[in-house]
Structure formats: structure tokens, C-alpha cells
Design a protein around this ligand. Structure first.
Ligand code: UDP
Ligand code: MG
Length: 341
């Protein structure tokens, strides 16, 4: 039994054994099937003894997601429904769930059944054996294109080369966190919410469980490639300043070569004299230098933009309203709850 007391800040009073957090954005097609399987899986986990809650976070859906969630909530007192004021993105929706959940352990799971709820039992057992973070590693990624798999592989290579904490490959957001791990996450003030990185950053006892990732059960992915690319830039700039250093290295290197070349030209002009040729060298130098400068400025801009964003200290999300599970100890959670950004 994991009973380690958190030493970080005010611990949320544990209201139940396990909270399952489900961010949902336009998931009306899959939610009813998902919920059925989730509840069955929770009922099949004797360790929980029925002591769980599910916190759905509606991330500004434009379809009937919220209505379906409210219906589910009517039928089941263990369900809480948080409604964000607009679409803030999955990372923010998960942050909202992490603030609202009251469990001693917390599981983050996608609504689209790509993360099989049937694994919850294994995750809970790993936690009870002392793990603080149970990472679920995708042994296979079914239903994903060759390009998505390849770009994911490259992303992990690059970020792990650059970042100071190791971010495990092929581990999505599907994972279990102990209460102290959640309290630690909730304390991180930054608005750059690259969760995969933050999960790794907090440390504690992390274990890895492998599983087969299924294709989406219904509905569509909300991650077009451009969004994924931006997500990758977010991750890299949030967890590494190496690109800034690379920009300075490139600068030093070109400045140094330019200096050597200038010496060479000087000697050449003095000894052999100057021929008017040399247009290719000239144009190449201008292009290369111009390109490098733009690149370096772009990299600085990325970081500057992030600083700008952090300096505004905006909350990660705004809650329109939270209806806590009816069987909660007291209705202490209200929509006044906002991240103490
Ligand atoms: N999601 C969200 N807000 C968004 C986009 C996605 O809450 O802006 C949720 C979505 O409902 C799902 C999970 O995040 O539960 C994963 O999304 P998706 O399946 O589209 O991502 P993929 O599996 O393709 O990476
Ligand atoms: Mg998905």
C-alpha cells in the first residue's frame, strides 16, 4: 500500500482511492462505449473495492459531448464533470483534471479507447507495490501511419539528445500517478505544459508497463501534423536550452571560418593579385550567413515567445463549472477553483 505522505505544499485530502481523469474534446461517438468499458474495468479491479471516481474534463467540445457526460453523471454518483470555458487543448484539460481529482492515485486516460481501460488493474497493482508513476509504454501502435510512427521516433531521439531529463520513448499520457506525484505536478507553475516532460521531470519511483496501443474506436484524431510539430517544438524548448547554444555555436563557427577566409583572401590578393571572379563565393557567403542569422533569430524568438507567455502568468485553463461526484465526501470543490497560477 502506498502511504508515503507528500512533503510538497498542501496535499489535497484524498477523497477516494483512485481518480480516473478523462479529457474529452468532441468525443460524443465514443464516450458511451468508453464509459461502459471503463466502469467494467474498474469493477473488475478488486483492489479498488469500488472506491473510485471518474473526472471527465470537457475541453470546449462543439458536439454533444457535454450533454452525454451530464447524462452519464445522472446515472452514476461516482462521476464528476468539469467543463472548461473553451477549448484549451489536451494538456490544459489534463491539468484541470489533476487539480480536481481527489484520489490517492490518479490515472490519465484518453476517451477514444486507444488506451485500454482493462489495464487499470495492472496499473493499480504496480502503484500498490510502491510505484509513484506507472508509465504505459506502447509496444505497438496500431492504426497509425508509417509517417506518424517515424516522426514520433525522431521526435524522441531529438528531445532526448537535447533534454536534461530522459523522456521515455513511446509513452503517451496514459499513466498512473501517486498523490505526491500529482501534488508535485500541481505545484509546477509554468504554463508550458509539455506533460510528458513534466511527468519525467518530477522523478520519484517510475515503472514501465508495456501494452498494445489500439486504433481509435470512433471519431477522429484532434492532432493534425502541424499541431504535432508545434507540440514537438513546445516540448524541446520547454525542456532544453541546447538549441540556443547550437545557434551560438553556428555563429562562432561561421565567424571563425569567415576570419580564416579573410586572411586567405588577403594573402592571395597580396601575392597573386586580384581577379574579379568570385561571384559564387560572394553569393554563397551572403546566403549562408543570412540563413544562419535568420535561423538563430528564429530560435531566440521561440524562447522569447515562451518567456513572454510565462511572464503573463495566466492560468492554464478556466473552469466554467465543476460538478463533483455526488458521492464525494463534501461538495468542497466548486467552480471557484482555479489554478493558483
Ligand atoms: N483532447 C482534448 N482536447 C483537445 C484535443 C484532444 O481534451 O484539444 C482529448 C481527446 O478527446 C482524447 C485525447 O485528448 O480523449 C487524445 O486525443 P486524440 O485521440 O485526438 O489524440 P491522438 O490519440 O491522436 O494523439
Ligand atoms: Mg487518440
Amino acid at each position: 500500500m502506498n502511504s508515503t505522505v507528500t512533503t510538497l505544499g498542501p496535499a489535497t485530502p484524498a477523497g477516494c482511492m483512485l481518480s480516473v481523469i478523462v479529457p474529452a474534446y468532441n468525443e460524443e461517438e465514443v464516450l458511451p462505449i468508453f464509459h461502459g468499458r471503463l466502469v467494467a474495468a474498474l469493477a473488475n479491479t478488486p483492489e479498488l473495492a469500488g472506491n473510485w471516481e471518474v473526472v471527465y474534463v470537457n475541453d470546449g467540445s462543439k458536439d454533444g459531448t457535454l450533454r452525454i457526460l451530464r447524462e452519464l453523471q445522472q446515472q452514476d454518483p461516482s462521476i464528476g464533470v468539469a467543463n472548461l470555458s473553451r477549448n484549451f487543448g489536451k494538456e490544459a484539460a489534463m491539468s484541470a483534471g489533476l487539480k480536481l481529482a481527489r484520489g490517492k492515485a490518479i490515472i490519465l486516460i484518453d476517451a477514444d479507447l486507444q488506451d485500454p481501460p482493462e489495464l487499470i488493474g495492472d496499473m493499480v497493482r504496480a502503484w500498490q507495490q510502491g510505484a509513484d508513476v506507472v508509465n504505459m509504454k506502447r509496444a505497438s501502435r496500431q492504426g497509425e501511419t508509417w509517417f506518424k510512427k517515424a516522426s514520433a521516433a525522431w521526435f524522441y531521439k531529438i528531445i532526448n539528445w537535447l533534454s536534461e531529463v530522459h523522456i521515455p520513448e513511446n509513452v503517451g499520457d496514459f499513466r498512473l500517478l501517486s498523490r505526491r506525484a500529482v501534488d508535485a505536478l500541481n505545484q509546477l507553475p509554468e504554463s508550458n505544459r509539455f506533460m510528458k516532460g513534466l511527468f519525467a521531470w518530477i522523478g520519484y519511483k517510475q515503472v514501465m508497463v508495456e501494452y498494445d496501443r489500439h486504433p481509435r474506436a470512433a471519431g477522429q484524431t484532434k492532432w493534425p501534423y502541424l499541431k504535432l510539430f508545434n507540440f514537438a517544438v513546445e516540448g524541446i524548448t520547454g525542456f532544453s536550452v541546447v538549441p540556443l547554444r547550437l545557434a551560438s555555436y553556428a555563429g562562432f563557427l561561421t565567424a571563425f571560418s569567415a576570419f580564416v577566409y579573410a586572411l586567405f583572401l588577403l594573402v592571395k590578393t597580396l601575392t597573386i593579385g586580384d581577379s574579379v571572379k568570385g561571384f559564387p563565393t560572394l553569393i554563397l557567403t551572403i546566403l549562408i550567413l543570412g540563413g544562419l542569422q535568420l535561423m538563430a533569430m528564429g530560435i531566440i524568438g521561440e524562447y522569447l515567445g515562451r518567456l513572454f507567455k510565462e511572464s503573463k502568468r495566466r492560468p492554464l485553463f478556466l473552469l466554467d463549472d465543476y460538478q463533483a461526484p455526488q458521492n464525494a465526501a463534501q461538495g468542497t470543490q466548486s467552480h471557484a477553483l482555479m489554478p493558483d497560477a
